[in-house]
Design a protein around this ligand. Structure first.
Ligand code: G6P
Length: 606
């Protein structure tokens, strides 16, 4: 949510900054802006393409800061675009987060004669720094003192005209990554725009400020004590953040499914013992033995992964599970103790509500575990232990490949805890053997994408959709609906098949199609009855069914088949056609699924 990118070195910074912003566009695209001390500032409403149009030919320099905005305070407009300046036009700040006490700070600064030009909370930072520059010669001291006065969250970069080489970056609640190159340094909200230049990165922690020059950097805490931290190497290359011939990241990432699933599994299955080896949990092995209850916390698509995980862990590991939205958990008074483990599921590892739930869990004495994709992210660092998805960077705003890898990780958790508790060797082996075949089964579904594209053409007329499913595939229906809403703006509702007759069936007519997720599992017959109920009301039905089921083809209007598998693994297969369906529906409507309106990939505000 909001993207920042900054550079200091000897190259021409302009094109470099714009390129960096493009790879951050999934974080926000309400407005874009760039400041280069040697050339000035340019801002534009909209995404990077609009900014590019406004950049003059002589806009050059060897350093600069750039920003993409996802609006919180102040409408999306050029006036509110970052970087924001002080009164003198010497200090510029690009910021991700929310300055909660900006109103009082603004009033105080105005009474001292500062003139504000935007409606944003960020602008107070530039004026505060200006105020403190009067008492110090060092820019970084002024930034540090200003930060002592603000309350809220920030991931920020600041520069002043007098020191064009220097960038000051700071973090409190919103991610900041420093890229260490040879005679050049980068700062960004996440590693993706840095990776094409260097794989050596340093993640700033909350309450840290970095003073960055082309050939050096120093990190201090807000109280000015020095921090020593070496760089870590990111193990994915630049090709991972490109579209590789696909029109959109969303499609590219869905198509990466089989490879992603292989990567999540690599080295973690002990087939002959029906067990999972999760090195990331070893450090808390003793504590895990005492765990009597899990609370899964997550947001968005990751929350639906959690709901599926609840079915898995309760059925096979016999451990009670609750699944909570991050945004709700922290405001209740959850009853936790040392025998509770809070499992956070998050692709980005930065979602503010999920992070707050982890902190709440810790505060209340629970063990905290993570299923996180982004290596080195805040949730990965703050949880007591956990596993990485190894799904590679996910750039599409709508989560796709991360979801299937989260589901796979949850199956691994189920084997891990199940075999320690009630799961037999036979069941463990059956799940492990079948899990091994899942990547190639996903490849079979993906090869059939043409059929789903045709279905999207056929149903492009629909203004509403219902998605239904039961048991393991009930959350899949919820996910199918959110995916369609997110990228195609078609109204969609996900419902438990059995609940349909308690409300949504009233809406059904011949223009209101239903996608029914009905694999051949223990609840297939019940699902079939619900499909009959829909057909009796004239509603069109698209069935996601198991290969070889000829019966369903006679009842449903259209069928998409997925390979046969065991029930616990069925969501990993049945969700893939729904992801493709949402993608092709957006495509049908001429929308860019990588940039759904009003959304951002990494939601770092509450
Ligand atoms: C945003 C994205 C969703 C994602 C959710 C949680 O809303 O658009 O696709 O599921 O955040 O993100 P996380 O990074 O915590 O998995």
């Amino acid at each position: 949510m909001c993207g920042i990118f900054a550079y200091t070195g000897s190259k021409n910074a302009g094109p470099l900054l714009l390129k960096g912003l493009v790879s951050l566009e999934y974080r926000g695209y309400d407005s874009a802006g760039v400041f280069m001390p040697e050339s000035g500032v340019v801002r534009a409403k909209g995404a990077v393409a609009e900014l590019r149009k406004k950049i003059p030919k002589n806009f050059t320099g060897r350093s600069g800061i750039a920003h993409l905005r996802w609006a919180t305070h102040g409408e999306p407009s050029e006036k509110n675009a970052h970087p924001h300046a002080d009164c003198g036009g010497n200090i510029y700040v690009a910021h991700n987060g929310i300055i909660e006490n900006f109103r009082e700070l603004k009033r105080a600064l105005q009474s001292k004669g500062h003139t504000f030009r935007s409606d944003t909370d960020t602008e107070v930072l530039a004026h505060l720094i200006e105020e403190h520059m009067a008492h110090t010669k060092k820019f970084e001291h002024a930034v540090l003192t200003a930060l002592h006065e603000v309350r809220g969250t920030y991931g920020l970069v600041a520069q002043c005209k007098a020191n064009p080489d220097k960038i000051v970056a700071a973090r409190m609640g919103s991610p900041v990554v420093l890229g260490v190159g040879t005679r050049e340094r980068f700062v960004a909200s996440d590693p993706s725009p840095i990776i094409p230049h260097t794989q050596k990165v340093i993640f700033l922690e909350d309450g840290e400020v970095a003073v960055i020059m082309p050939t050096s950097h120093a990190i201090v805490k807000l109280d000015a004590t020095k921090v020593k931290r070496g760089a870590t190497t990111i193990d994915w290359g630049a090709e991972k953040v490109k579209k590789n011939g696909h029109k959109h990241f969303m499609l590219k990432e869905i198509m990466e499914g089989p490879e992603v699933l292989e990567n999540t599994l690599r080295g973690r299955l002990v087939l002959e013992k029906g067990r999972a080896k999760l090195g990331g949990l070893e450090s808390v092995a003793k504590e895990l033995k005492k765990i009597e209850r899990f609370i899964i916390v997550a947001c968005g698509t990751a929350y639906y992964a959690g709901l599926i995980g609840e079915y898995m862990l309760e059925e096979y590991a016999g451990i009670p599970v609750e699944v909570e939205l991050g945004s709700e958990f922290r405001y209740r008074s959850p009853v936790l103790n040392q025998r509770t483990a809070v499992i956070a599921i998050s692709q980005s590892g930065e979602t503010a509500d999920t992070l707050a739930a982890v902190r709440e869990g810790k505060k209340r004495g629970a063990l905290t575990l993570g299923i996180v994709n982004a290596v080195g992210s805040t949730i990965a660092r703050e949880t007591d232990a956990g596993v990485y998805n190894h799904a590679g960077p996910e750039m599409g705003v709508a989560s796709t490949k991360a979801l299937i890898s989260q589901l796979e990780a949850l199956v691994l958790f189920t084997l891990f805890f199940g075999r320690e508790r009630q799961m037999s060797l036979r069941t463990g082996c059956e799940i492990a053997q079948e899990l091994k075949t899942i990547p190639e089964k996903v490849a079979v579904i993906l090869a059939n994408h043409g059929k789903i594209e045709k279905l999207a053409k056929k149903y492009a007329y629909a203004r509403d959709f219902l998605f239904i499913g039961r048991k393991y595939n009930y959350p899949v229906a919820l996910e199918g609906a959110i995916k369609l809403k997110e990228v195609s703006y078609i109204h969609a509702e996900g419902y438990a098949s059995g609940e349909m007759k308690h409300g949504p069936i009233a809406m059904i007519d011949k223009k209101f199609p239903t996608v029914a997720v009905v694999p051949s599992d223990s609840v297939y017959e019940k699902n079939l009855s619900n499909i009959h109920e829909l057909k009796a009301r004239g509603g069109p039905v698209i069935a996601i069914a198991t290969e070889g089921n000829t019966e369903i083809a006679k009842i449903a209007d259209d069928c998409v088949y997925v390979p046969k598998t065991i029930e616990i693994l069925s969501p990993i297969l049945s969700v893939v056609p729904l992801q493709l369906f949402a993608y092709y529906m957006a495509h049908q409507k001429g929308l860019n699924p990588d940039r759904p309106r009003n959304l951002a990939k990494s939601v770092t505000v509450e």
